[in-house]
Design a protein around this ligand. Sequence first.
Ligand SMILES: [Zn+2]
Length: 316
Amino acid sequence: MAEPLGNNSYLVDTALYRPGHAACYLVEDGGELAIIDTGTPHSLPQILDAISAMGATPAQVRYVIPTHVHLDHAGGAGQLMQACPQATLIVHPRGQPHMVDPSKLQAGATAVYGEQAFRRDFGELRAIPEQRTLAAADLQNFALGGRTLQFLHTPGHANHHGCVFDQHSGYLYTGDTFGLGYREFRHERGPLLVATTTPVAFDPDAWFDSLDHMMALKPEACCLTHFGKIDRPERQVGMLRDSIQAHVEIALAEERQSPEGREARLRAAVDELLVSTGCAHGGLAAERVRQIFESDIELNAQGLHVWLTRRAKKRD
Ligand SMILES: [Zn+2]
């Protein structure tokens, strides 16, 4: 089902792992649709249902815009482009080659998730004909009906990450650059935001800069893939900066130790950080917090490990 967010903008749960884990967004203007993030190949029925619930058809989709090519955001792009015959895929220039030929992406993701989990959760990645893709420059504008969508390069979580700013609504579609803000943690004192440091290109300095650029747009709201719309993002961004910095400190403390046993120590430290942050935010018991962050603890620890390896190589 499509959840209305106002301004002809809708959230669709892409049904990865559990309800409330991953979303994509539909924006409609003047009979044209943009889909921001695509979920996985398994998300296609949910997205098509949402389009028809809006009284529209897939032929009205003008743009499909994955914020980056990680599979919870772009895994279903090939299938979605087949279902939407008029659509152009808009993507960061560094992500575009992987949408045209997803074989490296598939190999990389299989290394991160394991063969069995990859097949179960992501199925099969489908190539997109190059002539249907457009590599978007930083700050490039796209007309959708009467409104303008702007693509903003936002490296940090990934070097090929982009966000989409809807100049009409003021909503900024942030993929993973505004962190994780699961709804289970929303309460009267506000949301909880934590960093996601997924392999293979975590870059904290670039991320802090991207957050500056995003906040300079003065967005009305940020729409997170994980998960949902967060109002008054300027009040929340400090919490995300702290979480990025806390992940950096875990990695730097680890850098001073011998690499033996590093993976397990990183995992334990990230587990401790996310569970204690979740508990301190209030409302949920540690076991529930750990359950919600289960896949993120694993990915964040792996991403910090890859970051440390990259730093070591640079020094050699
Ligand atoms: Zn993600």
